[in-house]
Design a binder for this molecule. Structure first.
Ligand code: DGJ
Length: 757
């Protein structure tokens, strides 16, 4: 049993393999948080709460003469507002009589086998015996609200999930102004906040800073989880590194306006409240109605950030992504975008496909520009019939011809948007989000469809299900190229307009759910101008997401390793593109570009006809290497061998198979220096008692101007070293010279007699 209730002490304990989460029904009926951390069995940790009078901290009515008892200082599971706790609330609402807030008291709880689901929202799922659910219901007498707190306990995965469903059991409507997915009070300790910030073409850079007293917020108000502030956050003890120290990770499964508030209060206690962003949000809950807050997954480790990441990676791969593609090698693709932009026709596309097929590429993806009057981003969005001038025969002859090459055929779509210059907008101008009487702001020349309207979602389902049924499509790239402004739904009454942003997300999830359920074999890749909606909510439906519009390999090292703090390599769309790079103008060796792209779902975004003979040879070799190592990259453990904050001369990371039989070391030099000692790293995730053969050393883009002799990996290949020596003494590469050289070194466990172990 992962969930235990002790009636004598009124404590509820959630145990995973290595962690314990404990709460208590307090004397006043408030649900108190006691502990989250390393596993502790058979002890009630209510002794950790020291009642004391802090002054100016109010007391609940039943304890009105006991100054030591205050909601303002007690750690809690789901605090309301305006009833004695001045810290950030999980729930904030307005009653019909104008009263603000709630005073939530325990009513009942239930322990169930299996994992709860959430209506209309992405949620982690479990196979038989993999999870248990705890449902705790709190009630507010004044409003009649009942709050069902849901806890999913994944014992073997060492992960917990939380969500909340608010029911209106009262007699009048209540307006919800804030509904948290979780509240996590951490009464003791000094913590640092790690979050993934960025901008378009520079997403998910990891930033870590000490918490200050007061409030720190990670949020998006853009209608998408955003390039700018990813919903994932972690708290780390200041001494935590990749391999040591306490870390808590919180992974919201939500793709819209999110907010995580981290408040350090008067006693240095930390409160984290995460959920839908209360800005631009409210929800009218009429009697009998329910509202579900999105789920958040979270975990604790005392073994450093690397362990936290791998725990999240395994959980995302096994319990969040539902596509059957999560367990399959993704086809190596060629995407038309950087090679052709809008300038193509069927012949040019076929030439691209033929050239790529000859190099071993397995799927052609036709990006933007194949439909309507789409010759630039000015027009045509919304008109999902093939552009007659470019594809006179339509899509099917093209997909047939691509299939005849032995390749899969993929297609780009952007369902949620419309150009003002389009047949769809002419017919349904009211389907776009615009404020009556005000000209809307444009983004990339387009407007946003009101995905909260059932008829819009039904229409889009009709269009795209027909495409997937009739046109021979194996893969969809689902793009979203602007953020939301002028949020006003013509389908909602004035007093419900603040529901529009969340209803939009529910509509997007509904469309994704219907399409991915109807076409489970189609591989979906999410995208939002690169990684503008790279989150666990989207990953529930799309097993991979285009990581960034920045394809520069050196920038990608930071982007992909930042992304890897929470998300596995199997989710990161990554391609080799041309140099000078279209986003930065930088030139990086072709081989180094391959190392970086191979650390995600591998592909190309260039015209193979423009490649030199040597580059064509390298493409074949890269695809071959990717095929030999994809299972370790996609399902293995990731070890960041250089710390994220270390802006040293090189960055190194390693994929190790869970059975410790194989490891792939990747090194990229980001700053070449004279007289360098060489990149020294200590491998991880090997068996110290086992022996490993250096299988292959690929030096990429190295020059040696003084001797003019290229580095030769063969000198060390075949050498057998112990796991202990590779992990404790480490492995040193010779100085890599040139612009952005890299190296990829593979290790395979062998028997002591030299056979593969
Ligand atoms: C943004 C995407 O990130 C690009 O890869 C490309 O698909 C363009 N949109 C097409 O408009």
């Amino acid at each position: 049993m992962a969930i235990l209730y002790d009636a004598a002490s009124k404590t509820l304990s959630l145990h995973t393999r290595n962690t314990t989460y404990q709460m208590q029904i307090g004397a006043t009926g408030h649900l108190l948080h006691l502990y989250f951390g390393r596993r502790v069995d058979a002890v009630h940790m209510d002794y950790c709460i020291i009642p004391s009078d802090r002054g100016f901290s109010p007391n609940p009515y039943e304890a009105r003469y006991t100054r030591e008892i205050s909601l303002d200082t007690l750690p809690q599971e789901y605090p309301g507002a305006n009833s004695g706790d001045f810290r950030v609330p999980a729930l904030d609402c307005l009653s019909a009589n104008g009263a603000v807030g709630t005073d939530l008291r325990y009513l009942r709880h239930e322990i169930r086998a299996g994992k709860y689901a959430l209506p209309g929202l992405p949620a982690a799922f479990a196979g038989a015996g993999e999870a248990e659910t705890l449902s705790i219901t709190l009630g507010d007498a004044a409003t009649g609200l009942e709050v069902e707190l849901l806890y999913g306990v994944f014992e073997a995965a060492d992960m917990l999930t939380r969500a909340a469903i608010i029911h209106n059991n009262g007699t009048s409507a209540v307006t919800l102004n804030r509904v948290g997915s979780l509240c996590l009070d951490i009464p003791f300790g000094r913590w640092e906040l790690l979050h993934l910030h960025g901008r378009h073409s520079m997403e998910r850079n990891a930033e870590r800073a000490p918490l200050m007293r007061g409030m720190q917020t990670v949020e998006s108000r853009r209608g998408a989880s955003s390039h700018h502030h990813n919903p994932f956050v972690a708290l780390l003890e200041p001494a935590a590194t990749e391999t040591r120290g306490e870390c808590v990770g919180i992974l919201p499964l939500y793709s819209g306006n999110h907010r995580t508030d981290i408040e350090v209060d008067q006693t240095d206690s930390v409160r984290v409240v995460s959920g839908i962003n209360p800005d631009m949000f409210s929800w009218q809950l009429t009697p009998g109605d329910s509202f579900a807050a999105p789920e958040a997954a979270f975990c604790f480790t005392d073994e450093g950030l690397g362990d936290l990441s791998n725990r999240l990676h395994r959980f995302i791969r096994r319990h969040i992504i539902r596509s059957p593609w999560k367990d399959r090698c993704r086809p190596v693709l060629i995407n038309s975008w950087e090679a052709m932009l809008f300038d193509f026709d069927a012949d040019r596309v076929m030439r691209l496909a033929e050239q790529a097929a000859a190099l071993g590429v397995e799927m052609l993806v036709l990006d933007d520009g194949w439909f309507g009057a789409r010759n630039s981003d000015l027009e045509g969005l919304g008109d999902w019939t093939p552009n007659a001038a470019k594809l006179p025969g339509g899509l099917k002859p093209l997909s047939d011809a691509v299939h005849a090459l032995g390749m899969k055929f993929g297609l780009w779509i952007e369902p949620e948007m419309v150009n003002e210059i389009s047949a769809l907008y002419a017919e349904h101008p009211d389907w776009a989000l615009t404020v009556p009487g005000r000209n809307p702001a444009f983004g990339r020349n387009q407007l946003v469809l009101d995905m909260g309207r059932a008829e819009v979602v039904d229409y889009l389902y009709g269009v795209f299900s027909a495409l997937l049924r009739d046109e021979g499509i194996d893969y969809i790239k689902w793009d979203m190229n602007r953020n939301m402004t002028d949020v006003y739904s013509r389908a909602l009454p004035p007093d419900r307009q603040r529901e529009a942003s969340h209803r939009y997300m529910l509509g997007v999830y509904d469309l994704l759910d219907r399409l991915t359920t109807a076409f489970p074999e189609v591989l979906f890749e999410g995208c939002a101008g690169g990684g503008g909606r790279f989150d666990a909510g989207m990953l529930h439906y799309t097993p991979q997401i285009w990581c960034s519009d920045d394809t520069d390999a050196i920038e990608r090292v930071a982007i992909q390793l930042g992304t890897s703090v929470a998300y596995p390599a199997s989710t990161m769309g990554a391609h080799v593109s041309v140099c000078p790079n279209q986003q930065t103008g930088r030139t990086v060796p072709f081989g180094t570009r391959g190392i970086v792209a191979m650390s995600g779902t591998f592909g190309y975004e260039l015209d193979p006809a423009q490649l030199t003979e040597d580059e064509r040879r390298q493409v074949r070799a890269q695809i071959d290497r990717f095929h030999r190592w994809y299972d370790v990259i996609q399902y293995g453990d990731l070890n960041r061998l250089t710390e994220l904050a270390d802006r040293g001369d090189f960055t190194a990371w390693e994929f190790a198979s869970p059975d410790k039989s194989r490891a792939l070391l990747n090194v990229v030099t980001t700053h070449t220096r004279a007289n360098h000692p060489g990149a020294h790293v200590r491998l991880r995730g090997l068996d110290p008692g086992a022996m490993y053969k250096i299988d292959e050393i690929c030096y990429e883009g190295c020059v040696n101007p003084s001797m003019d002799v290229p580095l030769d990996g063969a000198a060390l290949e075949g050498r057998v070293l112990s796991g202990a020596s590779l992990m404790y003494a480490g492995f040193t590469l010779p100085p890599l010279m040139g612009d952005y050289p890299g190296a990829q070194v593979s290790f395979i466990r062998v028997d002591t007699d030299g056979g593969v172990g």
